[in-house]
Design a protein around this ligand. Structure first.
Ligand code: GLV
Ligand code: MN
Ligand code: MN
Length: 404
């Protein structure tokens, strides 16, 4: 049924596009690597018997019309990466979905429902600091103002799309309306399945990411001549706040917070830092708790800025609500896991996924696959072939039930 060798080859071939010196992948949205990766995945979709097109924001969509006039079953994930990312995050979900469709087609099985496999554009948010661009567009929540967000070179999302040579279409044309459900396979990126000895898992919900950008402004002065008690050192202020972010977050049981990006200006050995900018990524499955943590962090940052005569400016990059997976889809996934002889493990997702964007549009379900040592967003990211096969089998069986 499932051709695991073909799936493994596809994972390997795709992972070569954007390969970094230490074996990771740099594949950021609308870049040449991203365009090449989409072209390759389009070939896999065509070989699986799907009709392929790009929508207005460059989502790659492989469609099967189905034999009846019914709402579509949508499968998907993303093929962009974080800086020096791994080869399974996102890519596995897209390639497993294509393999499952390919397998149905090879057996001559036709779908009653239309089926779509989507490789969403820019899930990670690496280039524009704003993720899930493609899935927002499909949900109908991406705005023309969002398209004016810029990358570090001042190129807007709109320009990046145009530079890709994509045909100009209205944003409203990307929205999918007649949809039965959305299903996504993804690596767990955590250690729960491994600890429980499970190859696959049923996802109960997805924690909501809140991304903030903090800017602290002091005075860039001579490091040799400015007395210690007369400085407005933006980096010292930032350090105090960043250290406190970790302490505060530890007091909340399900929250996590990360400062992943830091820019120091002018960044000279003998210059007091005059300006520091950093991001905070905060997540919780409990939105009220996450927002309470956000308030505490902001209050602390304001107090530090006041005391040290620094200017503070906080910008919200994205605020995504946590999502609960559909109960009926969860039941079908769990049944399918049992059918392949695996024990059922249900778990929430700490990572964000395109599925989140469909919260108010249609039911979503997710199947997780075991990650070795829970490592992800790292070249060492690894999922065993046997586990990929099981994930494909679970998706296959869930599709059978959904298409009845
Ligand atoms: C994507 O991987 C995210 O969770 O930020
Ligand atoms: Mn990721
Ligand atoms: Mn991902």
């Amino acid at each position: 049924m499932i051709n695991i060798q073909r799936l493994s080859e596809h994972i390997e071939q795709l992972s070569r596009i954007g390969r970094t010196a230490d074996g990771g992948i740099d594949r950021f949205s609308y870049t040449d690597h991203d365009i090449k990766a989409n072209e390759l995945v389009a070939q896999y979709m065509k070989a699986a018997g799907l009709n392929v097109h790009y929508d207005a924001v460059g989502n790659l969509i492989g469609s099967d019309e189905g034999t009846e006039d019914l709402p579509a079953i949508v499968l998907g994930s993303h093929i962009d990466t974080v800086p020096n990312g791994g080869k399974f995050d996102g890519s596995l979900g897209v390639l497993v979905a294509i393999e499952v469709i390919h397998s149905f087609k090879e057996q001559g099985i036709e779908f009653r429902h239309p089926v779509k496999v989507i490789a969403f554009r820019d899930e990670e948010g690496t280039r524009f600091g704003f993720g899930m661009i493609g899935s927002r567009a499909v949900a109908g929540t991406l705005t023309t103002a969002d398209l004016q967000r810029m990358d570090e070179d001042g190129i807007t999302i709109e320009q990046a799309i145009a530079n890709c040579g994509l045909e100009k279409k209205s944003l409203s044309s990307t929205r999918l309306n007649h949809v039965k459900c959305y299903l996504e396979v993804h690596i767990e990126q955590g250690k729960v399945l491994e600890a429980k000895g499970a190859a696959v898992g049923n996802v109960t919900g997805i924690a909501g990411p809140l991304w903030l950008k903090f800017q602290l402004t002091g005075l860039a002065e001579h490091a040799g001549t400015t007395p210690m008690n007369q400085r407005q050192d933006a980096l010292v202020g930032a350090s105090l706040i960043i250290a406190e972010v970790e302490k505060m977050t530890k007091r909340y049981n399900s929250s996590v917070a990360t400062v992943g990006k830091l820019i120091v200006k002018p960044n000279g050995v003998n210059v007091i830092p005059g300006e520091v900018e950093w991001t905070i990524d905060m997540r919780d499955i409990d939105e009220a708790q996450r927002d309470q943590l956000e308030r505490e962090i902001k209050q602390y940052a304001e107090a530090v800025a006041r005391e040290r005569q620094l200017g503070l400016h906080v910008i919200e990059l994205q605020r995504v609500e946590p999502v609960h997976c559909d109960k009926i889809l969860q039941a079908l996934i769990k049944e399918s896991i049992q059918e392949i002889g695996e024990t059922v493990v249900s778990l929430p997702s700490g990572a964000g996924h395109d599925a989140m964007q469909f919260k108010d549009c249609f039911p979503v379900g997710m199947i997780f696959v075991r990650s070795k040592d829970g490592i992800s967003h790292n070249p060492k990211e690894f999922t065993a072939e046997e586990d990929m096969l099981k994930a494909a089998q679970v998706l296959y069986k869930t599709m059978v039930k959904l298409d009845r």
